[in-house]
Design a protein around this ligand. Structure first.
Ligand SMILES: Nc1ncnc2c1ncn2[C@@H]1O[C@H](COP(=O)(O)OP(=O)(O)OP(=O)(O)O)[C@@H](O)[C@H]1O
Ligand SMILES: [Mg+2]
Length: 255
C-alpha cells in the first residue's frame, strides 16, 4: 500500500506543478514506483513531466467522462518508475464547469486514488490553485500534503491564509498530515526573499516548515520549457539538489 501526496496552495504560480513533477521524478529515480496525477484543469503537468513528444494528451478528464479507459490514460515517461496521468482534454477547453461538476459529484477521483494507492508506492497529485472543490476532494483522501510558499513579499500577506488553509485541511480529513510548507523560488541575493524566509521561520512552527528551500534557478525554468523535470535535465542544479533532498526526507515518511 502506497501513499498519496498532494501539492496544494491557495495562491497560484507558487511552484506547485514544478514541485509535483520534480518530486515525482526524484521518487522514481530512487526506484519508487510512482504515479503523478494532474487534476488541475490547466493541465500544466503535460509540459514538464518528460513525456515523449507527440504523446497522447488524453488524461484524467477523459477517464472521468467515460471516453477513455484507465489503461489509455496512464502514460509512460522517460523514467522507468514514473507513470503520469495528465489532466486530459479539459486543458484545451475554455469551460471547466462540466469537469468540476463531474469531479464533485462522482466517485471517480476517489476510486482512482484508492486504486493508485494500492498499486504504487507514491502517488503525487498536482492540484489547481485555491481551495476549490477539486482540491478539497483530493485532500479528503490523502494522508500527506505539501504547501509551496513562494519567497516573495506578497507571501507575507498570504501567510494567515496559509494557516487557515492548514486548519481547513485538517478539519476535512483527520488522517491528513501537513508534511510541510515548502519555501520556493528563493533568491539568495534578494533581501526581499530573505525577509520572507525569516518571517516564515519566525512566525510558523518549525515542524511545519521544511528546512530544505527551493532556489529560483534558470535551469528550473529552462527544464520546464524543454518539457523535462529539472532533476532529470540538470541534476547538478541547486534546485534539482533541493528537490532530491526533499524527496529523501519524504521517502522515509511515505513508505
Ligand atoms: N525554482 C524555480 N526556479 C525558477 N523558476 C521556477 C521555479 N519554480 C517554479 N518556477 C517557474 O515559475 C512558474 C510557476 O511555477 P508552477 O507552474 O510550478 O506554479 P504553480 O503553483 O503550479 O502555478 P498554478 O497555480 O498556475 O498551477 C513557472 O514558469 C515555473 O517554471
Ligand atoms: Mg500548476
Amino acid at each position: 500500500m502506497g501513499a498519496v501526496l498532494a501539492v496544494v496552495s491557495q495562491k497560484g504560480g507558487v511552484g506547485k506543478t514544478t514541485t509535483a513533477v520534480n518530486l515525482a521524478a526524484a521518487f522514481a529515480r530512487r526506484g519508487m514506483k510512482t504515479l503523478l496525477i494532474d487534476v488541475d484543469p490547466q493541465g500544466s503537468v503535460r509540459y514538464g513531466s518528460g513525456l515523449q513528444r507527440g504523446h497522447p494528451t488524453a488524461g484524467f478528464a477523459d477517464y472521468l467522462n467515460g471516453e477513455r479507459t484507465l489503461r489509455e490514460i496512464i502514460l509512460p515517461t522517460a523514467l522507468p518508475w514514473l507513470r503520469v496521468i495528465l489532466a486530459g482534454s479539459v486543458a484545451d477547453e475554455a469551460d471547466h464547469a462540466t469537469y468540476q461538476q463531474l469531479v464533485r459529484e462522482t466517485n471517480v477521483l476517489h476510486d482512482l486514488l484508492t486504486m493508485a494507492e494500492q498499486r504504487c508506492q507514491v502517488v503525487v497529485v498536482d492540484t489547481p490553485p485555491g481551495l476549490g472543490a477539486i482540491t478539497r476532494k483530493v485532500l479528503g483522501q490523502t494522508e500527506h500534503v505539501i504547501v509551496p510558499l513562494q519567497c516573495e513579499p506578497l507571501a507575507l500577506q498570504t501567510t494567515p491564509q496559509i494557516l487557515r488553509l492548514i486548519q481547513d485541511i485538517v478539519a476535512t480529513n483527520e488522517r491528513l498530515t501537513l508534511d510541510g510548507i515548502l519555501l520556493t523560488m528563493y533568491e539568495a541575493n534578494n533581501p526581499a526573499s530573505d525577509r520572507v524566509v525569516d518571517y516564515v521561520r519566525k512566525h510558523l512552527p518549525a515542524n511545519i516548515v521544511f528546512d530544505v528551500l527551493i532556489p529560483r534557478t534558470v535551469a528550473t525554468a529552462d527544464a520546464f520549457a524543454a518539457g523535462q523535470p529539472v532533476v532529470v535535465r540538470s541534476p547538478a542544479d541547486a534546485a534539482s539538489q533541493a528537490y532530491v533532498n526533499l524527496a529523501t526526507i519524504l521517502a522515509d515518511r511515505l513508505v
